[in-house]
Design a protein around this ligand. Structure first.
Ligand SMILES: Nc1ncnc2c1ncn2[C@@H]1O[C@H](COP(=O)(O)OP(=O)(O)OP(=O)(O)O)[C@@H](O)[C@H]1O
Length: 334
């Protein structure tokens, strides 16, 4: 990977990757990833376990070197200009390690002291502000071993917020939390976003994306299978039709000519859908370009002499859509 002269990020992007790839031996963990994370978004990086989320995050933070491709964080090429970027990025990767017999406040003091980029004179004020931001002021002097998992995770977020940040990168921030802890952390993510911070959050939980994110990218076996705003992804999820007809062969032909993927679901029933966006392509944009409206599908069937007994827009849920995209048992709970 060599630093190219041209910027891959538009100024509106907090993160932009082009062809970002990581192989371990002959296993491709991240495969030519083109990710565009708009500033001020809460961006869900969604994929089953092992799909490459953590490896991507580690490349973005300079913790592991890419095998190929390029990445920019806050407009700077990484890992080359990491030193300029990191002060503006807060990260929560791989469950934060705290000293259990020190208080939350003392743990933050240790972390801040260990960071050569921080300003000692403002330390106490910054620690106080970070604890307040995550709602832990009341527990500041409590030893961490007495914290709930949710409180520990919020302390991890406080550590990421010890300096003002433009971008927060959170790897599975609710993993292992009980429902209350999960609610606390999700509410905190939303409130951070309300302050204008870009939040990039990886998760294998669709509900997490549904509840906190404005945008999402879906990863499957290291490849991006969709990205866009949640509204776009939801819109895409509605784009399915079911046709009941005795003329299934003719109907299949018409539907496929219109660019739909169509298959016979029963002897007189065809299920069809607009195709999933190509990897790296904004789902809704791909959908809008050249997509035939539902009513035009009916017209085309009738014009081709297909006898239509029934026609419904079957409307998959976002959940079904994401299961389709990831192609495997997908954890939608939480
Ligand atoms: N250091 C490594 N050496 C070899 N293979 C690795 C290494 N790190 C990750 N992998 C492999 O790369 C693939 C992607 O792993 P990664 O941890 O990025 O996925 P993930 O989506 O974050 O999943 P999880 O949520 O389970 O961590 C997996 O097949 C994993 O086994």
């Amino acid at each position: 990977m060599t630093p190219g002269p041209a910027s891959v990020a538009s100024p509106a992007s907090a993160i932009a990757t082009r062809g970002l790839t990581k192989t371990f031996g002959n296993h491709t963990a991240v495969d030519a990833l083109d990710l565009t994370v708009p500033r001020a978004s809460v961006f869900g990086f969604l994929g089953p376990n092992g799909s490459g989320k953590t490896t991507t995050i580690r490349m973005l933070l300079g913790l592991v070197a890419p095998t190929g491709g390029r990445a920019e964080v806050l407009g700077e090429a990484v890992p080359f200009r990491l030193a300029r970027v990191l002060p503006h990025v807060g990260a929560l990767v791989e469950g934060p390690a705290f000293y259990p017999f020190l208080s939350g406040e003392a743990n933050l003091r240790r972390l801040d002291t260990a960071d050569p980029l921080t300003e000692p004179r403002t330390r106490s004020a910054r620690i106080g502000a970070a604890l307040e931001r995550v709602g832990l002021t009341h527990a500041a002097r409590k030893k961490v071993h007495a914290y709930s998992l949710g409180m520990k995770q919020r302390l991890g977020l406080a550590a990421a917020l010890l300096a003002p940040r433009e971008l927060l990168v959170l790897d599975e921030p609710t993993n292992g939390l009980d429902p209350q802890g999960t609610r606390e952390v999700r509410a905190l993510i939303r409130s951070l976003a309300d302050d204008g911070t870009t939040v990039f959050v990886s998760t294998h939980l669709l509900a997490e994306v549904d509840q906190v994110c404005t945008h999402a990218a879906v990863l499957r076996a290291g490849r991006l299978v969709a990205q866009g705003t949640l509204d776009d992804l939801r819109g895409d999820a509605r784009s399915r039709v079911r046709v009941t007809t005795p003329d299934t062969d003719a109907a299949l032909g018409v539907l496929r000519r219109l660019g739909l993927t169509a298959e016979t679901a029963a002897p007189d029933t065809i299920d069809a859908a607009w195709p999933a966006a190509e990897a790296g392509v904004d789902t809704a944009a791909a959908g809008r370009a050249g997509r035939t409206a539902t009513e035009d599908v009916v017209a085309a069937l009738v014009a081709a002499g297909v006898r239509v007994r029934g026609f419904t827009s079957t409307g998959t849920t976002l959940e079904q859509r994401f299961v389709e995209l990831t192609g495997e048992g997908f954890d939608v709970a939480g």
